[in-house]
Design a protein around this ligand. Structure first.
Ligand code: BGC
Length: 600
C-alpha cells in the first residue's frame, strides 16, 4: 500500500483460483488507463454509486478499507476491474469466485434497464433492494466476531443467544459401527421413519423409509396430539415395511433446541419453524414419545436423541472421518461441530477430550448487531436537502453512525412470526423465510413502484397473503438462464403474475439475488466462525469437511458457490481451498442410528 493508502484490485475473470502476484511498482498501462476512464464515466451514472451487495463485496471491502466510503459498484470491463484512482501504486490480483462473476453479469443486466432520462422508479427500486440487503466484507467480519463472542459465552454458560448445547456425543465415528437400527426424523414439514443396517467399513446397507406429512393442526396441537401422530406413523411403517411389530433400537432425530440430559434424553427449550404444540417445552421429548409408543404396544426403544445437525455430521463422518461440522440449510438452519472438552466451561459431566456441540446458530441475535455506516454517506446530502453541515449539529436529525444488520423487512417478518425476537439469524437465512422476505421486500412501496403498472397490480394481488411467495419461486427465477427470463416468466405466471415485462422480471430476479446472496454469505459467516473457534489451521492446509443438508443448500441456484465465496472472504482464498462443503442428503436419521451404535 502506498502512502495515501490506495489499493487497486484487479480481479481475474476466467479462473476461480489465480495465483496472487502483487506488483510493487506503479503500473500505468493502456489497459488500466482505459479501464479507469471507463470507471470515471461510470461514476457519473446514478447506479455507479449503488452499494454493492453479495458478489462485489470482496472488491468493495478492499476499497472501503482505505476510502471509508460506500462501496462503489466496480464494473467489469474486459477482464479488468479497476478502482478509480489517479495514483496507482500497488496492484493486487485476487481470486474472484465464480459466483461473483455470475452475479456481476446479473447486476449489469439489471443496471442496463435503468433509464436515466425518464422515470427513475426502477433505479430507486434497484437501489432500495441493493442497499437493504447488502452485506459487504467488513460487516461480515464484524458479524463473525459477534458470532464467536456469543458462541464462547454459550460454551461458558454465560447468557448468550447461542445455546451451544452439549450433546453427550464424545466419541468420534470410525466407520466400523455395525447393527440394525430404526430411525426417526422430525424437524420440518415431514416426519420420516427409517429402518437401516450399518454394515461397517463406512457402508450403510439397504434403507427402508416412509415420509409422513405433518399437518398444521398437528404442529400446533399438544404433546399427545403431536407424539401420538408420530407413534401412529411408526405403527403404519412397521406394519407395512417390517412385517408387524418388531423390537429394536431407535435413533431419534429431533430438530429443535433441546437441552440434552443424557445421550437418549432431553427437554425442549422452545419451539420454532411454526411448531407450537402445547405441553412439550420443558418436557423430555424422548419420554413423551416413549409413552405414546408404549400405549400402542410398539417395542422400539430410543437409544439416542440427536439434533439433525449432529445426525448429519455423524452420517457424513461414517464415510469421511475428517468431518468436523454438520450444517442444516433447509426449512430452518443450524450447525453442530466438534469442540475441545477444555472449552466447555458449562459442562458438568465426566471430563472428556472433546464433544459435539449443537450450536443452535439460528437463534444468533441479529437485533443487537449494528453495522458501520459512514456519517453523511451516499445520498445523505440529497436526503436531507443538501444540509450535511446542519445535520451534524442538529439534534433532531437522525445522527446515527450505525444501523442494524436487520432491515425493515427483517423486522416486519420477525414481528409477524410465532416467535418474535427469537431465531433472528434463521429468519434471514432459511428456506422457511426466504420467500417471505422476497414478498415483503417486493411489496414495499419503493420497490413495487419500480415495476410496470400491470405487473404491480398482479404482484399486489398474487402475493397479498403471508407465505404467498414461495422460496421455490425465487429459486426458479434465479435458475433461469434464458436471455429474456422466459422461464422465470412462466413460473411467475403460474403464481398468478402473468403481465411481466423483461424489465419486471429482471427486477424480481434482482430481489431474489440480493436476498439469497445475503443468506448464503451469512451461512458462510457461520461456517467460517466455527472453523475459527475450532482453531482450524487452514493456512497449513488442514482439511475440513463440512457436511451440509437441506433444500436451500441442495437446490437453490449458486447457494453453495456463494457460500464458498463468503468463506474465502473471511478465511482467505488459500485457506478456504481446504474447506469442503459436501451435501449429506437425508443423513440426519442415519446419523442418529450411528450415534446409537457408538453409544453401545
Ligand atoms: C432448530 C434446530 C435445527 C434447525 C434445522 C432450527 O429451527 O432450532 O434445532 O437443527 O432448525 O432443522
Amino acid at each position: 500500500m502506498n502512502c495515501d493508502g490506495r489499493i487497486i484490485t484487479i480481479t481475474s475473470d476466467s479462473t476461480p483460483t489465480p495465483t496472487p502476484t502483487p506488483t510493487p511498482t506503479p503500473r500505468r498501462d493502456a489497459d488500466a488507463d482505459d479501464a479507469m476512464q471507463f470507471v470515471r464515466n461510470l461514476r457519473r451514472a446514478p447506479l455507479g454509486r449503488l452499494a454493492a451487495a453479495g458478489s462485489a463485496a470482496a472488491a468493495a471491502a478492499t476499497l472501503s478499507s482505505h476510502a471509508d466510503a460506500e462501496p462503489l459498484n466496480l464494473t467489469k470491463r474486459g477482464s479488468v476491474m479497476v478502482a478509480p484512482s489517479d495514483s496507482i501504486t500497488e496492484v493486487v490480483i485476487q481470486a474472484r469466485p465464480v459466483s461473483q462473476h455470475i452475479e456481476e453479469q446479473q447486476r449489469e443486466l439489471a443496471d442496463s434497464y435503468a433509464d436515466f432520462s425518464g422515470d427513475c422508479s426502477y433505479e430507486k427500486a434497484l437501489r432500495a433492494l441493493r442497499s437493504a440487503f447488502k452485506l459487504p466484507s467488513a460487516e461480515l467480519s464484524r458479524l463473525s466476531m459477534h458470532f464467536r463472542r456469543e458462541a464462547i459465552k454459550g460454551l461458558e454458560g454465560a447468557p448468550s443467544s447461542m445455546q451451544m448445547i452439549p450433546t453427550f456425543v464424545t466419541k468420534r465415528v470410525t466407520g466400523d459401527e455395525k447393527g440394525d437400527f430404526y430411525a426417526l426424523d422430525l424437524g420440518g414439514t415431514n416426519f420420516r421413519v427409517l429402518r437401516l443396517s450399518l454394515e461397517g467399513g463406512g457402508k450403510v446397507g439397504a434403507v427402508k423409509q416412509a415420509k409422513f406429512t405433518i399437518s398444521e393442526a398437528t404442529k400446533t396441537s399438544d404433546a399427545a396430539g403431536l407424539f401420538g401422530f408420530l407413534a401412529d406413523s411408526i405403527a403404519t411403517f412397521l406394519a407395512k415395511e417390517c412385517g408387524g411389530n418388531p423390537s429394536g433400537d431407535l435413533g431419534f432425530t429431533f430438530s429443535f433446541p433441546v437441552t440434552q440430559t443424557a445421550i437418549n434424553a432431553g427437554t425442549l427449550v422452545m419451539w420454532n419453524k411454526g411448531f407450537t404444540a402445547a405441553g412439550v417445552v420443558d418436557h423430555d421429548v424422548v419420554e413423551l414419545l416413549q409413552t405414546q409408543l408404549s400405549s400402542r404396544g410398539i417395542n422400539l426403544k430410543v437409544k439416542a436423541l440427536a439434533n439433525d445437525t449432529v445426525g448429519t455430521m455423524e452420517a457424513a463422518a461414517y464415510a469421511y472421518p475428517d468431518t468436523t461440522m454438520g450444517v442444516i440449510l433447509g426449512t430452518g438452519t443450524n450447525a453442530a461441530y466438534i469442540e475441545k472438552g477444555s472449552k466447555l466451561g458449562k459442562w458438568k459431566g465426566p471430563p472428556c477430550d472433546e464433544m459435539v456441540i449443537n450450536t443452535e446458530w439460528g437463534n444468533l441475535d441479529m437485533t443487537s448487531v449494528r453495522r458501520a455506516r459512514k456519517f453523511g454517506g451516499a445520498n445523505s446530502a440529497a436526503r436531507f436537502g443538501g444540509a450535511t453541515r446542519a445535520i451534524r449539529t442538529d439534534r433532531t436529525a437522525p445522527p446515527r453512525r450505525t444501523r442494524q444488520v436487520m432491515n425493515a423487512t427483517d423486522h416486519f417478518i420477525d414481528g409477524a412470526s410465532t416467535n418474535p425476537g427469537k431465531q433472528t439469524f434463521e429468519k434471514m437465512v432459511s428456506g422457511m423465510y426466504l420467500g417471505e422476505i422476497c414478498r415483503v421486500a417486493v411489496l414495499s412501496p419503493e420497490v413495487l413502484s419500480g415495476f410496470s403498472a400491470g405487473c404491480q397490480a398482479e404482484l399486489r394481488a398474487a402475493f397479498a397473503g403471508s407465505g404467498a411467495l414461495k422460496s421455490a419461486l425465487m429459486s426458479a427465477i434465479e435458475a433461469d438462464d434464458t436471455a429474456e427470463l422466459s422461464k422465470a416468466g412462466a413460473a411467475l405466471a403460474k403464481a398468478g403474475v402473468s403481465s411481466t415485462t423483461v424489465r419486471d422480471r429482471v427486477l424480481l430476479r434482482e430481489a431474489a439475488v440480493n436476498i439469497s446472496s445475503r443468506a448464503a454469505r451469512l451461512s458462510a459467516m457461520g461456517v467460517a466462525s466455527l472453523l475459527q473457534l475450532q482453531e482450524w489451521d487452514g493456512a497449513a492446509g488442514q482439511p475440513a469437511t463440512v457436511a451440509v443438508d437441506g433444500s436451500v443448500f441442495e437446490l437453490y441456484p449458486r447457494f453453495k458457490e456463494r457460500m464458498e465465496g463468503g468463506i474465502a472472504e473471511l478465511l482467505g482464498v488459500e485457506a478456504a481451498k481446504s474447506v469442503k462443503l459436501v451435501l449429506a442428503k437425508d443423513g440426519s436419521g442415519i446419523g442418529a442410528s450411528i450415534i446409537a451404535a457408538v453409544a453401545e
